[in-house]
Design a binder for this molecule. Structure first.
Ligand code: C5P
Length: 399
């Protein structure tokens, strides 16, 4: 997806072994439509060559404040002026210290000081260097100066130690950068989302389930996080990775999903119920595998599952609720009936047969004003539009 289409990014690299990740980072940025200009400190060029960075970015690399290729010989002004953001990845402890003090004795620090665009840094260093008091003071000062700090990650370090200080992985940096450019209508809000199917056991090896890839719910979780929310995702079994920045609990049955939602619902501002919850569970589920003993098919009895959305919608002081409905026909009629029955202000409906498992979807929003259809687009793009629509419909002060 061209999430960074038309964005001009200056990728600054200071010295650190994490420079090896920056080559992949540039490729991922370019794949998403960004124009990337790479600026390297002298130390960075000891870890990876400008030739590599030129090859992956498709543009000449800048390493020197004295650069005769630039007509006015002012690369620090020229390179930063057209940029939408500067991302320094990796950002060494020394480079962050320079930023704090406004030092400008090489091209990258000059460029950061002379910038007219946002600055993001992805720290990369040994855990003791990260925890050191001067580094922590510098990080706090950079935040206070409006610089975005990405990560750092936690784990095994090149030096053999384990802890905080790893540079985020390339795709995590890309996800952070894409989110940085998104509007923040849910800043500070807490959002609970259900996604995926539930599975209801017949016996320990057989289940009844609903068809659901979980893609729409996961896309909404990501879009809500991008919009500034703190997101908790309660997911049935899916093949999808945990969305970056989102807290996820995985459950099997509708009853487990209900219990997980109830455990998390307090203090939530918004509940988006996307999960394809099984309407019935097997009342006479067997604790042992049913055998084909020649007596014919087993007699399965059903009992209704709790309606999670209706329960949350009926809570006094509960979160603002959004429901989903996948129908095979009469979408407008069924969606509107469902919205009224569940007692919710907004419901998102789609025709199930066209979007199951697909990466694109066509949805309509149903609310008191009627039906509002969104153009067919990728599930991530639709999710961003839905989050925007939800944010404009939510009451201004939720709690
Ligand atoms: O009741 P129905 O399945 O037609 O409505 C769909 C909406 O209700 C979806 O938002 C779904 O997540 C939610 N739902 C629920 N608990 C159920 C059944 C559906 O939360 N047991």
């Amino acid at each position: 997806m061209q999430d960074l289409h038309n964005k001009r990014i200056v990728l600054g690299m200071s010295g650190g072994i994490a420079c090896y990740k920056s080559a992949d980072l540039v490729r991922r940025l370019v794949e998403r439509g960004a124009h990337v200009d790479v600026v390297m400190t002298d130390a960075a060029t000891r870890f990876i060559t400008p030739v590599t960075m030129q090859a992956v970015s498709g543009h000449p690399v800048y390493t020197d404040q004295w650069d005769a290729r630039i007509a006015n010989n002012m690369p620090h002004i020229d390179v930063s002026r057209g940029a939408d953001a500067i991302l320094v990845a990796p950002a060494s402890a020394d480079f962050m210290a320079k930023l704090v003090h406004g030092r400008a004795d090489d091209l990258l620090s000059l460029l950061c000081l002379a910038r007219a665009c946002p600055l993001l840094v992805a720290p990369a260093m040994n855990r003791e260097m990260w925890l050191a008091a001067p580094t922590q003071r510098n990080v706090a000062q950079l935040r206070a100066d409006g610089v975005s700090i990405l990560g750092p990650g936690n784990g095994q370090q090149a030096c053999g130690e384990t802890g905080d200080g790893r540079m985020l992985e390339p795709m995590e940096c890309v996800t952070e950068l894409i989110a940085f450019f998104q509007p923040k209508p849910l800043k500070g809000k807490r959002v609970l989302i259900t996604a995926g199917p539930t599975i209801e056991a017949i016996d320990p090896v057989r289940v009844i389930t609903n068809r659901s890839s979980g893609k729409t719910g996961y896309a909404l979780a990501r879009a809500a996080w991008e919009a500034g929310a703190q997101v908790t995702l309660i997911s049935g079994p899916t093949a999808l990775d945990q969305p970056y920045g989102v807290t996820r609990t995985v459950v099997d049955s509708a009853q487990q999903m209900h219990d997980a939602v109830m455990a998390h619902v307090a203090q939530q501002d918004l509940f988006i119920s996307v999960a394809a919850v099984a309407d019935w569970r097997v009342a006479n589920a067997s604790s042992e595998k049913l055998k084909k003993d020649g007596k014919g098919a087993p007699n399965i009895e059903f009992a209704p599952n709790p309606d999670i959305l209706a329960t949350v919608a009926a809570m006094p002081n509960g979160p603002w609720c959004v429901g989903f409905a996948a129908e095979t026909e009469n979408l407008a009629q069924y969606a509107e009936e469902k919205r009224k029955r569940k007692g919710i202000a907004m419901l998102v409906g789609n025709l199930a047969q066209h979007v199951m498992d697909a990466d694109h979807t066509t949805v309509s929003i149903f609310d008191d004003a009627g039906e509002h259809r969104l153009a067919t687009s990728s599930k991530q793009d639709v999710a961003r539009q839905l989050i925007e629509a939800i944010a404009t419909r939510m009451p201004a002060v939720i709690r």
